[in-house]
Design a protein around this ligand. Structure first.
Ligand SMILES: [Zn+2]
Length: 267
């Protein structure tokens, strides 16, 4: 799987290199739109229609692929969905062309859908926030929750996808966490509950909840950014650990993004 992931991400990076060298992206300045890749990947048209619960569809045709996007979704989400479908195209190509004889190919054919989807999310992130371009902006802005909004604006990507990309490309080990406020029958009040994390190293369990006294809950309540050392249990991360959190959106859609720096020490 790793080899396959690397091969598809490499293909995506090659595409971003070609795109940035072309005059479709003026002066190499973001944002990059998924449809900019159309001529490079053999997508003939993109249509926006009502797809109900679906985000997008990739349809093979006689003279190329077409992508259907859900017209009812926010343009920002449509853009990411479109990049995600292009990622499927690259993944299929990698599966059928480059490794037809390896054992990995056979196991990859039976690749679990969840893994495929996760891989396509990573590739979509590379297409819209190419490492070669994003890293420079990240260095300028700094690896911090303070930079999420600004980078999301520059790259025309969602706050959660941008936060994940920051964690992925940060030089210092960094994990992005996405929390929502949840009420369970046995709880007296609502608590922040972890919906996903970008962690692949510290065994951070899904759906853990943290106390209403935590800085995560404070970030939910306030409009200010919370930065502190926390001591609640977060997988195998040594405690206390440094965590920055910010709330985004309005209730009931409000959520919190945290960036954790597991190796940062108190000075
Ligand atoms: Zn998919």
């Amino acid at each position: 799987m790793t080899e396959l992931t690397e091969s598809v991400i490499k293909q995506a990076s090659e595409l971003t290199r070609q795109l940035l060298a072309s005059d479709r992206i003026k002066h190499g300045i973001p944002p990059i739109f998924a449809e900019d890749y159309m001529p490079l990947v053999g997508v003939k048209n993109i249509v926006k229609v009502d797809l109900g619960d679906l985000s997008a569809l990739l349809l093979p045709g006689k003279d190329g692929y077409s992508i259907k996007l859900n017209i009812n979704h926010h343009p920002l989400r449509q853009n990411f969905s479109c990049a995600h479908e292009i990622a499927h195209l690259l993944l299929d190509k990698a599966l059928y062309e480059s490794m037809p004889h390896t054992a990995e190919f056979r196991s990859a054919k039976e690749l679990d859908n969840k893994l495929k989807e996760r891989l396509c999310e990573r590739v979509a992130a590379e297409l819209l926030m190419p490492e070669s371009l994003f890293s420079g902006y990240l260095e300028q802005c700094g690896v911090s929750v303070n930079s999420i909004q600004r980078l999301a604006h520059i790259f025309y990507t969602s706050i959660p996808a941008t936060a994940r990309r920051i964690a992925e490309l940060s030089q210092e080990p960094c994990i992005a966490l996405y929390w929502k406020l949840v009420k369970r029958p046995r709880w007296k009040q609502m608590k922040p509950c972890l919906i996903w994390s970008s962690d692949s190293q510290y065994d951070i369990p899904k759906f853990i909840s943290v106390s209403p006294n935590s800085s995560i809950f404070q970030a939910f309540q306030a409009d200010s950014i919370m930065k502190k050392f926390e001591s609640f249990s977060l997988g195998n991360i040594g405690r206390p650990f440094y965590i920055e959190s910010e709330g985004f959106g309005q209730k009931p859609q409000r959520y919190i993004i945290s960036l954790v720096f597991p190796q940062r020490k108190r000075t």
